[in-house]
Design a protein around this ligand. Structure first.
Ligand code: FE2
Length: 283
């Protein structure tokens, strides 16, 4: 049996410190073979840097996925070409830096990971995610039936459609981007584990991981503002998926909701850039 831990969007320093601190214990406790995290909000809540990617990989993460914020930190355009375990959405136009999928060798055989971005209420609007993922899955299945898909999107409908579309063709389809864990974990009829959104690894007393007041004020005033990452207690959200590695079928999916380490950061992370997206939900 292959046990995969998938963690939702890591938000800022509190999120990444909590993930790095808790991974060794979680790995041992659940006999985890393979760890995937979504890191697109790991750098101050926007994007990811090369250094943060390396820190996560050193902590035991096998693959870091991203989404619409993949390019927000300036070093990542060149770094992603040097680190194949950092994925960007596979449905970027041909020629984009980096890769949207990877196959890694493990003690339990090969494991494939695909990162794909939805289009509804998402910017930028990328190539058709269903067509892109179909091509990638067919190619990876020549090597292994054990495939995990991070579907990064805003709407439940598009992510459920992706789960149904890939049922029986991959081991798990797990959603990211909304930062709110859904309670619809299930194994679909064809043997694919599904969770519409894994949730986030970040501060709980927050709005999607950011400090409450500035975002609340933005909704009230409509004026531009900066949105610092919140402080205080952190929780790690995600899913634990058990897979029969001989055929790639999911045997079990369990939602993960774990506390961060007791010494969670007490100070908010400095945040200087002005909000540029149209709504704070698009973090
Ligand atoms: Fe996102």
């Amino acid at each position: 049996m292959l046990t995969v831990l998938f963690l939702g969007d890591i938000v800022g320093e509190p999120g990444r410190n909590a993930v790095i601190a808790r991974l060794p214990e979680l790995k041992e406790q659940h006999a985890i073979d393979f760890i995937i995290v979504n890191g697109e909000n790991a750098a101050g809540g926007r994007g990811i840097t090369g250094k943060i990617t390396i820190d996560l990989l050193r902590a035991g993460v096998a693959v870091v996925t991203t989404g619409d914020h993949v390019w927000d930190q300036k070093d990542i355009l060149s770094f992603i070409e040097t680190e194949p375990r950092l994925l960007r959405p596979i449905n970027y136009p041909l020629g984009a830096p980096g890769n949207g999928s990877i196959v890694l060798e493990t003690a339990k055989g090969k494991v494939g990971v695909i990162n794909v971005q939805c289009r509804t209420f998402m910017q930028p609007i990328l190539d058709n995610p269903f067509r892109a993922v179909k091509t990638a899955v067919a190619k990876i299945r020549e090597e292994t039936p054990n495939i995990i898909v991070d579907v990064h999107g805003e709407t439940t409908s598009e992510k459920i459609a992706m789960g149904r579309f890939l049922d029986g063709k991959v081991s798990a389809v797990l959603g990211t981007h909304t930062h709110v864990q859904t309670a619809d974990e299930q194994i679909l009829a064809g043997g694919t584990a599904f969770l519409c959104d894994a949730g986030m690894c970040g501060p709980v007393n927050s709005i999607l991981g950011r400090a409450v007041e500035p975002i609340m004020n933005r909704f009230v005033s409509n004026l531009p503002a900066s949105f610092p990452v919140a402080a205080g207690d952190v929780r790690l959200h995600g899913a634990l998926v058990k897979i029969d590695e001989k055929n790639g079928r999911a045997l079990r999916i369990t939602r993960v909701d774990e506390p961060g380490p007791a010494q969670a950061s007490a100070e908010p992370e400095p945040k200087i850039d002005l909000e540029q997206s149209s709504s704070p939900e698009q973090t």
